[in-house]
Design a protein around this ligand. Structure first.
Ligand SMILES: NC(=O)c1ccc[n+]([C@@H]2O[C@H](COP(=O)([O-])OP(=O)(O)OC[C@H]3O[C@@H](n4cnc5c(N)ncnc54)[C@H](O)[C@@H]3O)[C@@H](O)[C@H]2O)c1
Length: 333
């Protein structure tokens, strides 16, 4: 029998349909969106599926085995709790939730239901260019790493000054964008971040509906002494881009729009190697096939529960550091 999947939220959630469909052991049977307009369009496009504007009709449906939660950020926590209570595997859009106590509660619930899988759409890992970089790091080609930095250059300020993000009681650009970079840095380096320090401002969105920092810069200390930096920049005037620089004792990688550069020497006369693997080169449903496989074969998914809680733990520490202007140790949930 095929696993039955339901999807809540048909923005980026629509891309999840293809993700589930790419696994032969799974089919999407239900879709939900608050918006009547989106729900009726879905009914036309996906005849035969159950279409609803009430998330509970998916979360409480005994026929559904796995739920994608792609609703607004402030709905994730409640929907995850309900999905777990009803014995469903959960693939949640980032961020997992908004507050540390919520993440601790989700962790507790999952520890009581060890068969349930949970993952989150930390999709940058699937970027072909970054996958090659991961191989170069893991093989030792780049030498011992000592510094890494990543920039989440969103380039879509209107999403917080005009859209739903700015209307929520709380929105964090760290949870909403920085989490991708934090996850990528820990995934690529294989090291956990132990301490953070952060500064932020709201110069780009001042005077709009958005009430939080739209620009956050933080310094990272990794557990082995490696250092790093992460910035999340919603106001930048440039197209969406993920800056990434990784410094090893033998090689340096620097991401660019068209290609990455790999420096194998400090000699200005020696050209860096062009890394032309696709960037970003991902479809938003690309992690889902593997997630379904992890359910079917009871294995760890590409983005495991520990990875999701790990990245969120660092984000919570960064938010705390923003309020304190002093270093904060990461408490891994
Ligand atoms: N992984 C990624 O790279 C990525 C990219 C974009 C968005 N996201 C995340 O996906 C989520 C949705 O963002 P989006 O960009 O698709 O927004 P969107 O506005 O394009 O779409 C969200 C849809 O969800 C519906 N919705 C919201 N809350 C709902 C609820 N409680 N029940 C039913 N339907 C609900 C809305 O009506 C809307 O149609 C957010 O959490 C966002 O952070 C992740």
């Amino acid at each position: 029998m095929k696993l039955k999947a339901g999807i809540i939220g048909l923005g980026v959630g629509e891309a999840h349909i293809q993700g589930y469909g790419s696994h032969p052991g799974c089919e999407v049977t239900a879709l939900c969106d608050l918006s009547r307009e989106k729900a009726s369009r879905a009914a036309e496009m996906y005849p035969g599926m159950k279409i609803t504007d009430r998330a509970d009709e998916i979360l409480e449906d005994p026929e559904i085995d796995v739920v994608s939660i792609a609703s607004y950020d402030d709905c994730h926590y409640e929907q995850i709790v309900k999905a777990i209570d009803h014995g469903k595997h959960v693939f949640v859009e980032k961020p997992l939730c908004l507050h540390e106590d919520q993440a601790v509660h989700i962790r507790e619930l999952l520890s009581e239901k060890t068969k349930l899988k949970m993952s989150s759409n930390l999709i940058l890992r699937k970027c072909p260019r970054f996958q090659l970089l991961k191989k170069m790091i893991t093989s030792g080609e780049m030498g011992e790493l000592f510094y890494a930095e990543g920039d989440y250059n969103y380039g879509r300020l209107h999403k917080i000054t005009e859209g739903w993000r700015g209307k929520l009681d709380f929105y964090s650009v760290v949870h909403g964008g920085g989490v991708h970079i934090i996850d990528l840095l820990m995934y690529l380096t294989g090291k956990r971040i132990s301490e953070v320090m952060a500064y932020g401002n709201n110069i780009s969105s001042r005077g709009t509906q958005f009430r939080y920092d739209d620009m956050v810069t933080c310094i990272l200390k990794f557990e082995d002494g490696m250092t790093g930096k992460m910035s999340v920049n919603f106001g930048c005037v440039r197209p969406h881009f993920h800056g990434l620089s990784i410094y090893g004792k033998k090689e340096t990688f620097i991401n660019g729009d068209e290609y990455g550069l790999l420096y194998e020497s400090s000699d200005p006369g020696i050209e860096p190697r062009k890394i032309s693997e696709e960037y970003p080169g991902v479809h938003k449903g690309d992690l889902i096939r593997d997630f379904v496989e992890s359910i079917v074969s009871n294995t760890k998914s590409e983005v495991s529960k520990d990875d999701v809680f790990g990245a969120m733990s660092v984000c919570f520490a960064i938010e705390e550091a923003l309020g304190k202007a002093e270093p904060v140790r990461v408490k891994y949930i």
